[in-house]
Design a protein around this ligand. Structure first.
Ligand code: ATP
Ligand code: MG
Length: 570
């Protein structure tokens, strides 16, 4: 099957893709039984997982599950300097939160260091690897280019015995960093630069977060990765397209060794506009304090999106929608936001919250009296029932819902205008009170007692319905409004001498501290996702939200929802 055909086999339907086709074919040919399919997700624990990783995670875990196979979680921890146990723990937590469980305990590439070392000795004995004394710079210079073949190292013809001796002494710590490497002996004039005697081991006198100072030589990715897959019995090693040119090397390393032979298959990376998906760059945002941490709700990290209010389901649906192909493309961030909206629309309970409060006194409503009105919790889930909300003489509405001089087609409150209070009564604005600075600080309105529940017995219509909160029961909250972190569609598109940090959106965070909420919102546990009617979807903050001191993060704005509600009432 050609790649062209493979790509067009209906990813849209979620039914199949070229990876599943390859696996199906392997099963048809008797290479594996379905339950023997084994995949792995192999993050390097040098940062937190991001939306790009979600794609890889879903592919690896979903495919294994579909065949009744297994998926490993393996920390690809071969770079001692940048890796840390903090990242290991976060990665595990994020994957579990997404709803996946890996097979057995978490695996670590570093657990295979002794085995890898033995295989390296085998490679030397087979005449397939040699110790090179050239510096990193010399090796780079002698590698050649796409058009110029590389130069063979003067150390390439060392005998097996000498190589064994030197490599053993490298391992035993006799040589300083950078003084020697172990290289594969392949072909310095290969058209594939990866095949020009790639480095297999370098000397690094650096402690490792798991092996301590046991090792001072560390394996390079290409050498290590295939072995990790082989040792674990991975059948299909799924990775992103940048490894396509490394596949001949992946196969070359395994071929002479007495090991299982996994098949590497590459798919295109996920890229989103207005978003950065590189751990290195995300780390810079954290280190330079452009964000509050890896879990800042503006970050495209799993923990950031979680804190923002994303559901695991919405992320998984998104990955399915994007599909698996070999074509590199940029996905619109709104595709992700729409998956989130659709999911939250189903599951989020509705509440009323006034973010920028304006006092309203209902002058013909008795002082001290509270009327308990019925409000529907979630129109998408009638089984979620209704709740009682208080109505009284003093309420808050949003400043946005009043205009002293209304523009055309403004159907909300204005002097003399009548609107419906959601779940409540019709009110009419009789008087506008201003403070010393001439700012509107209060409205005096009257209500029509006949309109309880939202309809007038005389059939009179109002065009606008606004949300509100009764003042004496309201709780004051902090609400954080998030916008895109970058103002450029491609954050890396910058002027000379600038970088992606210069494209940060200065308005990506607005903190409102005097928001008025329905009191039941203050009692919700952290990480509860709700809809503030007409305003958007919000999530109680995972860390800062407390009973009586609510803190909510805006997950995503609403879209068209209110238009529908107005129609229903009209
Ligand atoms: P980064 O560039 O952010 O550091 P990485 O590829 O170096 O990413 P790893 O920890 O090595 O990060 O990635 C683990 C797995 O996730 C790899 O198999 C990699 O191919 C996959 N992956 C990483 N980024 C993406 C992405 N944007 N889309 C799909 N898969 C990805
Ligand atoms: Mg990597």
């Amino acid at each position: 099957m050609s790649e062209q055909q493979a790509v067009s086999t209906g990813n849209e339907s979620g039914a199949s893709d070229f990876i599943r086709e390859i696996i199906n074919e392997d099963i048809r040919q008797g290479k594996y039984l379905p339950h023997q399919i084994r995949t792995r997700f192999p993050p390097e624990p040098n940062g937190y997982l991001h939306i790009g990783h979600v794609k890889a995670i879903c592919i690896d875990f979903d495919i294994a599950a579909e065949y009744g196979g297994r998926c490993n979680l393996r920390m690809d921890d071969t770079n001692p300097g940048k890796e840390d146990i903090e990242y290991v723990n976060a990665i595990e937590e994020d994957i579990k939160w997404l709803g996946y469980q890996w097979d057995g305990p978490t695996k670590f590439a570093s657990d295979y260091f002794p085995q890898m070392y033995e295989y390296a000795l085998t490679m030397i004995k087979l005449g397939l690897a040699y110790v090179d004394d050239q510096s990193a710079e010399e090796i780079r210079q002698n590698r050649g280019t796409l058009t110029v073949p590389g130069q063979e190292s003067p150390y390439r013809q060392r005998s097996v015995a000498e190589n064994l001796d030197l490599f053993t002494r490298m391992k035993d710590g006799e040589f300083p960093d950078g003084s020697k490497v172990l290289r594969a002996k392949i072909d310095m004039s290969s058209p594939n630069i990866n095949m020009r005697d790639p480095v297999m081991y370098r000397i690094l006198h650096q402690p490792h977060h798991r092996t301590g100072s046991e090792w001072c030589i560390y394996p390079m990715y290409d050498w290590a990765h295939g072995l990790e897959d082989a040792i674990e019995g991975i059948t299909h090693s799924l990775c992103t397209l940048e490894f396509e040119n490394h596949r001949p090397l992946y196969d070359w390393f395994l071929e002479p060794l007495p090991v299982h032979r996994p098949q590497q298959i590459e798919f295109s990376r996920l890229s989103l506009n207005y978003t950065i998906t590189s751990k290195r760059k995300l780390l810079r945002l954290v280190q330079e304090r452009h964000v509050s941490g890896w879990d800042d709700p503006r970050m495209p990290t799993i923990c950031g999106m979680r804190r923002r209010g994303y559901t695991p389901e919405s992320l998984r649906t998104f990955v399915k929608q994007v599909g698996i192909t070999k074509f590199t493309g940029i996905t619109d961030a709104s595709v992700l936001e729409n998956c989130l909206r659709e999911d939250l629309n189903q599951r989020a309970a509705r509440y009323m919250a006034v973010l920028r409060p304006l006092k309203v006194c209902i002058t013909n409503y008795p002082e001290g009296q509270i009327d308990w009105l019925d409000a529907v919790n979630n129109p998408e889930r009638p089984e979620d029932g209704t709740r009682k909300i208080p109505f009284g003489r003093n309420i808050y509405i949003d400043q946005d819902d009043f205009r002293e001089v209304p523009p055309p087609k403004y159907f909300r409150l204005a002097p003399g205008a009548e609107v419906r209070l959601r779940w409540g009564y019709f009110i009419t604005c009789q008087e506008v009170i201003k403070d010393a600075d001439g700012q509107v600080c209060e409205l005096r309105c009257t209500y029509d007692p006949e309109t309880r529940g939202g309809t007038a017995p005389d059939g009179r219509k109002v065009r606008g319905t606004i949300h509100w909160v009764e003042a004496s029961h309201a709780v004051t909250a902090s609400v954080r409004l998030y916008d895109r972190l970058f103002s450029k569609e491609n954050p890396d598109d910058c002027e000379e001498g600038q970088d992606f940090c210069d494209n940060l959106n200065p308005d990506s965070l607005t903190v409102l501290t005097d928001c008025k909420l329905e009191s039941s919102l203050a009692e919700l546990p952290p990480e509860t996702r709700v809809q503030f009617e007409r305003v958007g979807y919000f999530c109680s903050d995972r860390y800062e939200h407390q009973p009586g001191q609510p803190v909510f993060n805006r997950t995503v704005s609403l879209k068209d929802t209110w238009a529908k509600i107005e129609k229903k009432h009209a």
